[in-house]
Write a protein that binds this ligand. Structure first.
Ligand code: IMP
Length: 432
């Protein structure tokens, strides 16, 4: 038995979907533990692209059971739409392959409306959220007035909860933001229908997980977003509303920290960010555009162009610390092919002072000037390389430099979008 947590080491979009899909044939269970359909995990199998927003990426591997844990926030319309598409494509035949926690909180229409209304009202200070209602849903969860998946199966309690919460939500929507109210009667009818459709999937996922561990199965935990979007460890307030770090697995899935074997941090070979907030190595000119085009850096959820820049070892070192990374996966190394030179930020200068550490406050991160090391690039197309030795010397040196700067071994290297365009140097699921 082995458990692996795959966690984003940057600002999300690191290619976690590809790595989870690559690892999932070795896992009997793939588990999402936080976030919601703000995530967009892109997987390419035999030339066909699938973007998953809620369902764990293990669904594309026919033998994997996929859990949506209690720490996830679930938009029932989005989940049902995703499941329908997977059914139509013949990928999901048995509801037993998707287990949805009855304790997961529901993203309801007032959450998406409030998310959008607030962003619109914030104008220059907007977070740049995905507009999927994530923040307002987690707020209600913490305020102990959230409505959960299992409530969909209790009509009387559901009706009372909807009526209670609707008063407050509609007050904010109408009086504060001049938006249209949500009709509680229509929502109740809709919610009953969601309950009917979701019932075959609803389960006590902690029990499913516990059983799998007892039976010695391999479990893969699929992180969403990334370390620097974490509500506590990210560039607050330009963050998402959940804990994204590896530790969130324990609360969000229901597993003790003693049972985690491997934490693999996923990073691109460069850096991207969507939405607002500081990004020390951002390149706003020609170079940023080149990375965006070469890496097809447009959001899988919102289609927004991603901000692009060089790899930042200060960021990766911080990610290694707060997640306890035991391995790294470096994605999209192929995107750097043809660059005459490549840079990595090894430190920052903040108010004239050199630091190796990620600063504590937003103001300091905003002022951080990256200090770069520059390396020679490589010309060769590397998408067919399958062994580390197949890579050009300069690409190998680049990977080795990342390892020494972050002090974490690089286990996986992705050299293309396709499932098999991956170099394995160490197996995350190796028995310990
Ligand atoms: P929210 O999660 O929609 O509230 O958005 C908060 C911040 O997190 C915004 O900057 C979003 O762009 C960012 N964000 C949320 N989900 C993702 C993701 O899956 N990838 C990258 N950025 C994300």
């Amino acid at each position: 038995m082995s458990t692996v947590v795959a966690v984003g080491a940057q600002w999300g979009d690191e290619g976690k979907g590809k790595i989870v899909d690559w690892l999932s044939p070795q896992a009997q269970l793939v588990v999402r533990y936080h976030g919601g359909n703000n995530a967009g995990h892109t997987v390419v199998v035999e030339g066909e692209q699938t973007i998953l927003h809620v369902t764990p990426a293990g669904i594309l591997n026919p033998d994997t059971v996929n859990l949506i844990g209690p720490g996830v926030v679930v938009d029932p319309v989005v989940l049902l739409g995703e499941l329908d598409k997977l059914k139509q494509r013949g990928i999901l035949r048995d509801p037993a392959r998707v287990r949805l926690s009855g304790r997961a909180h529901l993203i309801l229409p007032w959450h998406t409306a409030l998310d959008k209304a607030r962003e619109e009202a914030a104008r220059g200070r907007a977070i740049g959220t995905t507009g999927r209602g994530i923040g307002p849903t987690y707020e209600d969860k913490v305020a102990r007035r959230g409505i959960r998946v299992a409530d969909l199966l209790q009509p009387k309690d559901l009706r009372a909860a909807i009526d209670r919460v609707a008063k407050l939500k509609n007050f904010e929507l109408v009086e504060f933001y001049s938006w249209d109210p949500i009709d509680p009667d229509a929502l109740y009818e809709q919610a009953l229908e969601w309950g009917r459709q979701l019932e075959p999937y609803i389960d006590h996922t902690e029990r499913v997980l516990e059983r799998a561990l007892r039976e010695g199965k391999n479990v893969l935990f699929e992180g969403a977003q990334g370390t620097f979007l974490d509500i506590d460890h990210g560039t607050y307030p330009y963050v998402t509303s959940s804990n994204c770090v590896a530790g969130a697995v324990c609360a969000g899935a229901g597993i003790g920290p003693t049972r985690i074997d491997c934490v693999i941090g996923i990073s691109k070979a460069y850096t991207t960010r969507v939405g607002g907030g500081p990004f020390p190595t951002e390149e706003t000119g020609e170079l940023g555009e080149r990375l965006r085009q070469a890496g097809a850096e447009f959001g899988a959820t919102t289609g927004r162009p991603r901000r692009c820049g060089w790899l930042d070892a200060v960021v990766l070192r911080e990610a290694a610390t707060v997640n306890g990374l035991t391995q790294l996966a470096i994605n999209k190394l192929d995107v750097l092919s043809g660059m005459p030179e490549i840079k990595i930020a090894t430190a920052y200068r903040v108010k004239g002072k050199l630091t190796q550490e990620f600063p504590m406050t937003l103001g300091e991160v905003e002022q951080a000037e990256p200090v770069y090391e520059t390396y020679p690039g490589w010309e060769e197309n590397i998408t067919d390389c399958r062994r580390f030795e197949d890579l050009p010397d300069n690409a190998r040196s680049y990977i080795e430099r990342i390892e020494s700067l972050v002090d974490v071994p690089v286990a996986l290297i992705s050299v293309g979008a396709a499932r098999d365009a991956t170099i394995t140097r160490a197996e995350p699921f190796a028995p310990r």
